[in-house]
Design a protein. Structure first.
Ligand code: BG6
Length: 463
């Protein structure tokens, strides 16, 4: 047996988000999710909405105590725009929210858990979606920078790691391209403009943060998915290239290198769906690249040339160029319907090293969603999630290999800490090191939680 060893300062943590863990108590505004659930509960699994979630708004001290017990070094959550900001136009904060986030952050620091604060996890205040069309409108990007500046000013003396957006492409895809997030538009122009405006909000926030001269760093979390083409045929290769442009390079290139890939801009031009921009904005993007990157990885993206060619009258969609490829005999997590393929985490790590200047990065989410985990309880009531331990172990082995080969990966955050509410899937898929009882909201450490405690204490594990 060989030891898979990580450095003593490797950052072992977990990730969640405000809208998925806090609950709605005391918020001055509704987020998109609270509004959408009230309007259309049928779209949510078992018709369960975000009102309570893990109730971390009231129970965060219990969470932090368990993080400490497990030896977890950091925790990413998000500050909800719709909670922190009372006046969305000026960025003036809400007093109750300031007190809550101050206490939460202080509690983590006192327990030796570094707070990693994200500012957007798919949760636009609904008033901004209705008044302005959300991120399709540049004014909303300006308002986001005001919100971010308020957060930096209030908490930047203690929070040393900031994230502007989590998976911005997923949000724009869901809201404006593929109809899985309110307002459920299907429009490529809206999609490219919203992505660009989010990039402006991001770059403006990076600029604002650096101007404040605080002692800390700022980055973004993306779901970088190197696509795997079905074959080396030209159609399959083109499918992979276009998928890569619209999903990965669309944020990685401007956030790390300061500009979009020419091929991306050429494609938009060709299909007449370019976004509106100014040369000053492009300068802002160029001058405000990130200090680090967070990368979420769950499953690989296999692609193939599309089966059907578009009709000349169709409105352009990026997937004119690619279809998902459901490779026969893939190893699947049958619960979530996602493929399990740990090697991709190595490919991601080497891509960051080779194509993105070996920028500092960390795995900001990885995890395995499973249904009805109560089935796996032992006589003490602990969920024995050996499948999750195996999943994490395999990913860590590949990650470790990449680190040995020089990739600048600094940490690993599991999604998630306590099983949380997840958008339209509500509590269907459980991901945590810690289980959540939906009746009492009590927390119980799973077997994987005790396992990671050992891994952290030993800086690794035996293969
Ligand atoms: C990530 C998101 O992409 O996937 C999380 O950042 C989400 O917010 C997680 O909860 C798991 O997704 P799901 O749908 O399986 O719960």
């Amino acid at each position: 047996m060989a030891k898979i060893e990580f450095s003593a300062d490797f950052d072992w943590g977990t990730a969640s988000s405000g809208p998925q863990s806090e609950g709605s108590a005391d918020k001055p505004h509704e987020s998109l999710w609270e509004y959408w659930y009230a309007k259309d509960p049928e779209r949510f699994y078992q018709q369960v909405g975000p009102k309570i979630t893990c109730d971390s708004y009231h129970r965060y001290k219990e969470d932090v105590a368990i993080m400490k017990e497990l030896g977890l070094k950091s925790f990413r959550t998000s500050i909800q725009w719709s909670r922190l900001i009372k006046d969305l136009e000026t960025g003036e904060p809400d007093e109750k929210a300031v007190a809550f986030y101050n206490d939460y952050i202080n509690e983590m620091i006192a327990a030796g858990v570094e707070p990693v604060m994200n500012l957007f996890h798919f949760d636009t205040p609904i008033a901004l979606e209705h008044e302005y069309g959300g991120f399709k409108n540049k004014h909303v990007a300006e308002l986001f920078v005001k919100f971010a500046t308020t957060a930096f000013t209030l908490f930047g003396d203690r929070v040393k790691r900031w994230i502007t957006f989590n998976e911005p492409v997923a949000h724009a895809k869901g809201a404006y391209l593929y109809d899985f997030i309110y307002p459920n538009e299907v429009n490529t122009r809206s999609y490219t403009q919203a992505n660009y405006n989010i990039l402006l909000a991001h770059a403006g926030s990076v600029e604002a943060y650096h101007k404040l001269n605080l002692d800390g760093e700022i980055g973004i979390v993306v779901d970088l998915l190197p696509p795997i083409p079905r074959s080396q045929n030209s159609g399959d290769l083109l499918a992979a290239e276009v998928f890569d442009l619209f999903t990965n390079r669309i944020f990685m290139d401007p956030c790390v290198k300061g500009e979009y890939a020419d091929q991306y801009l050429e494609l938009l031009e060709k299909h007449n769906c370019n976004f509106e921009y100014t040369s000053e904005e492009l300068e802002l993007i160029k001058n405000n690249t990130v200090d680090f990157i967070g990368i979420n990885y769950y499953q690989p993206q296999r692609v193939k040339a599309p089966a059907r060619l578009p009709n000349i009258n169709d409105v352009f969609m990026p997937d004119w160029y690619f279809d998902n490829y459901e490779m026969p005999n893939r190893r699947m997590n049958v619960h979530r319907g996602w493929e399990i393929y740990p090697k991709t985490i190595y490919d991601i790590a080497m891509r960051v090293k080779n194509e993105y200047g070996n920028i500092k990065w960390y795995v900001s989410e990885n995890g395995m969603g499973v249904h009805d985990e109560d089935r796996f309880k032992d006589e003490t009531g602990m969920i024995c999630d050996d499948y999750r331990i195996e999943f994490i172990q395999e990913h860590l082995q590949w990650l470790n290999k990449a680190i040995q080969e020089g990739s600048n990966c600094q940490g690993y955050h599991l999604w998630t800490f306590v099983d949380n509410w997840s958008w339209t899937n509500a509590y269907k898929n459980r991901y945590g090191y810690v289980s959540l009882d939906l009746k009492t909201r009590n927390r119980t450490i799973k077997k994987s939680g005790y396992w990671i405690k050992e891994v952290i204490a030993n800086n690794g594990f035996e293969e």
